[in-house]
Design a protein around this ligand. Structure first.
Ligand SMILES: [Zn+2]
Length: 243
């Protein structure tokens, strides 16, 4: 069983180089993205694509396609650098430069930091840059619960990721157990490089297992199961006022 009847599900994609910080190529963008976009088009599902400014500069045609296909274009920083490693000026530069590049393609109001790590003291930078939603937190990370207790006050809607991407590639029964435990809104995320066969790369096991065709089939099965159970698929910006 996956989830309950009629859940709200946001399918999101972090559009970035291949498995950073281990790999630095763009096979995911060149080979994985078209397959993922085809899958979503075949199901009529609109998702949210958190894209780095760097990828948008290198692959404008793929960004134009995802916008054309009806997906939300969102921001994933400029260079996929972890924000806790950046001083204030560098952090502001990452946000402002990537937002400017992405906004050539579409309005961009949702943000997710690389590695789901973003200092709450930097939240005002997002607000000043015109963002209304932040998805840099993850319910399954300790930092999320620490920050909730600290209750950083911000006008941004904060919608955390529900589950780490590799869970979607687990065997069906195990995956179903994880998914059944998620509460609304369910925020799933994947990376384009997961749809390229990386099984022989020198990567952590959770990065490489069942990558390629199998990963695509797993995502299709997850989406179909949610659809069968009456889920409502939303883009992240649809959740900006709902939290
Ligand atoms: Zn990322």
């Amino acid at each position: 069983m996956i989830g309950r009847q009629g859940q709200t599900v946001a399918f999101t994609v972090d559009v970035e180089p291949d498995c950073p910080p281990f790999l630095h190529g763009f096979r995911g963008i060149e080979q994985g993205m078209p397959r993922l976009l085809d899958l979503l088009a075949s199901r009529g599902i609109a998702g949210t694509f958190f894209t780095t400014g760097d990828v948008a500069s290198r692959y404008p045609e793929i960004v134009a396609r995802l916008v054309n296909d009806g997906h939300e274009l969102a921001c994933h920083g400029m260079t996929h650098t972890a924000f806790p490693d950046l001083g204030e000026d560098a952090a502001r530069d990452e946000i402002d430069r990537s937002a400017a590049i992405l906004r050539h393609f579409a309005p961009v109001t949702s943000f997710r930091a690389p590695y789901l790590r973003f200092p709450s003291s930097y939240l005002p930078m997002l607000e000043r840059a015109g963002f209304t939603l932040d998805s840099s937190q993850a319910i399954y990370k300790l930092a999320y619960h620490r920050e909730r207790r600290a209750a950083a006050s911000t006008p941004l809607a904060r919608v955390p990721a529900s589950i780490t991407s590799s869970v979607l590639r687990l065997p069906r029964a195990l995956r179903a157990a994880y998914l059944a435990a998620l509460s609304d809104p369910v925020v799933l995320f994947v990376h384009p490089w997961e749809f390229v066969d990386l099984r022989r790369e020198k990567l952590r096991l959770d990065c490489r297992f069942k990558t390629g065709d199998t990963a695509l089939r797993c995502v299709a099965a997850v989406l179909d199961r949610y659809t069968a159970r009456g889920a409502r698929f939303v883009r992240m910006r649809d959740l900006a006022t709902a939290t």
